[in-house]
Write a protein that binds this ligand. Structure first.
Ligand code: ZN
Length: 485
C-alpha cells in the first residue's frame, strides 16, 4: 500500500531530466540520478524506514535535502519540487528525452536551431531532412530518430481532456445499453477532469462479465484488443487512446471507483487515515481488524468511514481537500450554469471563426447577459490584429449591433498586446473609447521572472487596463507557462 522504492526512484530521475533540460548545474543533476539508482537497488522499503524513524542520511548518496524529499514522498505520495519543475519545462520537451539517443544536449541543439519543442515538430523536421544537417547529428541518427519516434508516440501521448470527451461519452452510453449491465462509470484523470488524459479507465458491474467484455472489445472505434479477461480488458482506439475496462462486483463498486479515480496522492492519504483508525482501505472496500468488509458499495460509504463528506473528483488532488471535508468546508465547484457572460472572444475581424452578429446571437442562446468583443491589436500580425482606426470603426459596428439586438449586451473591448517594455499596443485615446481592455503576452515568453513580472506590472499600471488575459501564456502540452511572480 505504501509508496514503493521504484516510485521514489522515478520521481528523482524525472527531476534529474527536468533539471538537465533547464541547463542546471551538472552536479545537481547527477545527485538526483545517483539517488534514483541507489533507491532502485535498495533491498529495504524506504517507506518502512521512514515509518520506523530510521536515519535516511546514513544511506549512500542521500544527504539532508534528499532525505527530506523522501520523507515528503512517503507522507504525501508526491513531491512539490517535481510539480513545480513540471510547470516550468515544456512537457513536449520532456517527452523528447525519452527518444533513445536524444539527451538534453541534443535537445538543446534541436531547440536552438530548429525551434523544436515536441515529438510532432521533431518528426516533421526529420522527415524534411533538416535534422541530419545539425552539428553532431548525421543521416543515421536522423533515421534512428524517425524509427524511435513512431513507437514513442504511442507510448507517451496524452490527449486534451476536451478531445476525448466525445468518444468517452459515446463509449459510456454504448456500454450502458448492453443487457445485464448495472452500472458503468468513468474513473481516472478523465473523471477528475485533468487538462490532459493518458488513457481511459472504465468500471462496470454486470450480471455476466463475459457479455459486457465482448461488447466492449467489439465497440466500433476499437482498433485492436490488447487483452481480454474475466475482470479486466484493454483496447486501443483508432485515435491511439488506450481504454481499460474493469468488471467489479457491486458490493465493492464504490471502493473501486474511488481507488481508480485517484489521484494517487489522494488515495494514499485516505489509506493513511484508515490505518490511523485501524482500518484497511483498498479497491475492494474498507475492512476492519477481523477482515470484515464494513464499506465499499458507494464512495459516500468510503468517505464516511473516514469521517469525511463525499467530494467532487476534481478536488481529489491532495491539496487540502481532506482537511476541508473533515470540517465540512468543501468548496462548491463552479458549473456552466453559473456563467453570466464572456469577457474574451474574437470574431472574424481578427482571428475568430464567426462574425460579430453570429457571436452575439450564440452568446444570447447560451443565456449569457453580456459578451465582450476583444479582438487582437496590430502587434499580433498573424492574428490580423487591428490598428487604431480599425478598432474605432469596429467599435462603431458594435454600437450599431447593440442598438439592433435585444437580449444581449455587447461590450467594446480589445485584447491588447503587452509589448516587451510593458506598454500596451494601442494609444490611450483609443483605449478610452472601450468598455473593457484585456492585456496579453504574445511574445518574449522566455524573459526572466523578474523582467516578465515587471513587464506585466507596468502594463497593469495603465489606467485603462482591466484584465490580464491568459496570465501565463502557456499552451497545454506545447508551451510552458512564462515565469511570472
Ligand atoms: Zn491571446
Amino acid at each position: 500500500m505504501a509508496v514503493t522504492n521504484s516510485e521514489i526512484a522515478a520521481i528523482f530521475s524525472r527531476i534529474g531530466d527536468l533539471l538537465e533540460i533547464q541547463g542546471e548545474n551538472p552536479f545537481r543533476v547527477r545527485a538526483y540520478r545517483n539517488a534514483a539508482r541507489m533507491v532502485r537497488g535498495l533491498s529495504r522499503s524506504l517507506a518502512e524506514m521512514v515509518e520506523q524513524g530510521e536515519v535516511l542520511e546514513a544511506l549512500p548518496t542521500i544527504g539532508k535535502d534528499l532525505a527530506a524529499k523522501i520523507r515528503e514522498i512517503v507522507a504525501t505520495g508526491s513531491l512539490r519540487k517535481l510539480t513545480e519543475l513540471e510547470t516550468t519545462v515544456s512537457p513536449g520537451l520532456v517527452d523528447l528525452l525519452q527518444v533513445p539517443g536524444l539527451g538534453p544536449k541534443r535537445l538543446k541543439i534541436l531547440r536552438d536551431y530548429l525551434n523544436i519543442h515536441d515529438v510532432g515538430e521533431l518528426e516533421k523536421a526529420a522527415r524534411q531532412g533538416l535534422v541530419h544537417q545539425l552539428p553532431g547529428f548525421g543521416v543515421k541518427t536522423e533515421q534512428n530518430i524517425l524509427r524511435e519516434l513512431s513507437e514513442l508516440q504511442q507510448r507517451i501521448r496524452r490527449y486534451l481532456w476536451a478531445d476525448v470527451e466525445e468518444i468517452a461519452e459515446q463509449l459510456l452510453a454504448y456500454l450502458r445499453k448492453q443487457p445485464g449491465v448495472k452500472k458503468v462509470e468513468m474513473a481516472g484523470s478523465y473523471r477528475r477532469r485533468r487538462e490532459t488524459v493518458g488513457d481511459l479507465d472504465i468500471l462496470v458491474s454486470a450480471a455476466k462479465s463475459a457479455k459486457v467484455t465482448d461488447a466492449f472489445t467489439a465497440f466500433e472505434a476499437v482498433e485492436r484488443v490488447i487483452s481480454k479477461g474475466h475482470t479486466r480488458s484493454t483496447v486501443v482506439l483508432r485515435t491511439g487512446l488506450q481504454v481499460d475496462l474493469r468488471v467489479v462486483p457491486q458490493v465493492s463498486f464504490g471502493a473501486a471507483w474511488h481507488y481508480f479515480t485517484g489521484s494517487k496522492a489522494h488515495n494514499i492519504a485516505v489509506r493513511v487515515m484508515g490505518v490511523q483508525r485501524g482500518l484497511k482501505v483498498n479497491e475492494y472496500g474498507i475492512f476492519d481488524k477481523q477482515g470484515k468488509r464494513i464499506a465499499g458499495r458507494t464512495e459516500k460509504e468510503i468517505y464516511a468511514q473516514m469521517g469525511l463528506q463525499w467530494m467532487e473528483p476534481e478536488l481529489r488532488e491532495k491539496r487540502g481537500e481532506l482537511e476541508a471535508a473533515a470540517t465540512g468546508r468543501l468548496p462548491k465547484l463552479i458549473v456552466a450554469a453559473d456563467l453570466r457572460g464572456d469577457l474574451h472572444c474574437h470574431t472574424t475581424r481578427s482571428d475568430g471563426q464567426d462574425s460579430l452578429e453570429a457571436m452575439a446571437k450564440a452568446a444570447r442562446a447560451l443565456g449569457h447577459d453580456y459578451l465582450a468583443i476583444t479582438e487582437h491589436s496590430q502587434h499580433l500580425g498573424i492574428a490580423r490584429g487591428l490598428d487604431p482606426d480599425e478598432l474605432l470603426a469596429h467599435c462603431d459596428a458594435i454600437d450599431e449591433l447593440n442598438d439592433r439586438l435585444a437580449g444581449i449586451r455587447l461590450l467594446k473591448g480589445l485584447e491588447a498586446d503587452i509589448l516587451e517594455d510593458g506598454s500596451l499596443d494601442m494609444p490611450d485615446h483609443v483605449l478610452q473609447r472601450l468598455d473593457i481592455c484585456l492585456g496579453a503576452i504574445h511574445s518574449a515568453f522566455g524573459l526572466s521572472e523578474k523582467k516578465q513580472t515587471e513587464r506585466v506590472i507596468r502594463a497593469m499600471d495603465n489606467p485603462h487596463f482591466n484584465i490580464l488575459a491568459h496570465p501565463t501564456a502557456r499552451l497545454i502540452g506545447k508551451r510552458p507557462a512564462c515565469r511570472l511572480d
